[in-house]
Design a protein around this ligand. Structure first.
Ligand SMILES: CC(C)(COP(=O)(O)OP(=O)(O)OC[C@H]1O[C@@H](n2cnc3c(N)ncnc32)[C@H](O)[C@@H]1OP(=O)(O)O)[C@@H](O)C(=O)NCCC(=O)NCCS
Length: 163
């Protein structure tokens, strides 16, 4: 189907598209390094990139969405959620139990989206964006990982089950 959303990690062929979709001042070499480290996820629809997600790690190991961006005329069509779901599945498989994200305090739309897709507000840094604009932080519990652990437990041999 031509308008199906395809989500995947970005590769070298996506560099120009990633540079276009990222914040204007993000150096190309940083984006290139993050592509190589599988820290950028893209969404495409019949070819062109329509969505972009840049992942960071707090303290080098706690996943944090540094930027999620959907091309303006492609919003409200499931692209953002598709990228989030893809990332959550990857993180769950890696054993992560929490995902952080954030949004500027003066942008109610992305804040509402975060809450709608399951994030809860967990903190605030005042003024970090300049001009007195703060950043609201969000946390999403990756309970899928917990659920997988719960399912696994009955199949492990406990001392009482051993002959
Ligand atoms: C925020 C953003 C990434 C959301 O992506 P999107 O593709 O438009 O959202 P989706 O279509 O995947 O939305 C998923 C669900 O959230 C709902 N939703 C979308 N925007 C919403 C909003 N502003 N408030 C509440 N719910 C919203 C959708 O209706 C949809 O619900 P459904 O699954 O029940 O139909 C996108 O709007 C965007 O790029 N905004 C500008 C950049 C930005 O501010 N990024 C966040 C800070 S880094």
């Amino acid at each position: 189907m031509s308008d199906q959303i395809k989500v995947r990690f970005a590769d070298r062929m996506d560099l120009d598209g990633c540079i276009t979709l990222d914040h204007p001042h993000m150096p190309a070499e940083v984006i290139q390094r993050k592509v190589e480290q599988r820290e950028i996820i893209v969404a495409e629809k019949a070819g062109p990139l329509v969505g972009y997600l840049r992942l960071d790690y707090l303290w080098s190991f706690v996943p944090y969405i540094a930027l999620i961006w959907v091309v303006e005329d492609q919003r409200q069509q499931g692209v953002g959620r598709a990228m989030l779901r893809y990332l959550e599945n990857v993180l769950c498989e890696q054993g992560h139990t929490a995902l952080y994200s954030s949004s500027q305090a003066n942008e109610p739309e992305p804040q509402a989206w975060h809450r709608y897709v399951g994030f809860e507000e967990c903190g605030f840094i005042a003024g970090i964006n300049g001009a007195g604009i703060g950043e609201i932080f969000f946390l999403k519990d990756l309970s899928c990982h917990q659920a997988l652990s719960d399912i696994d437990t009955p199949f492990e041999a406990t001392p009482s089950q051993k002959p």
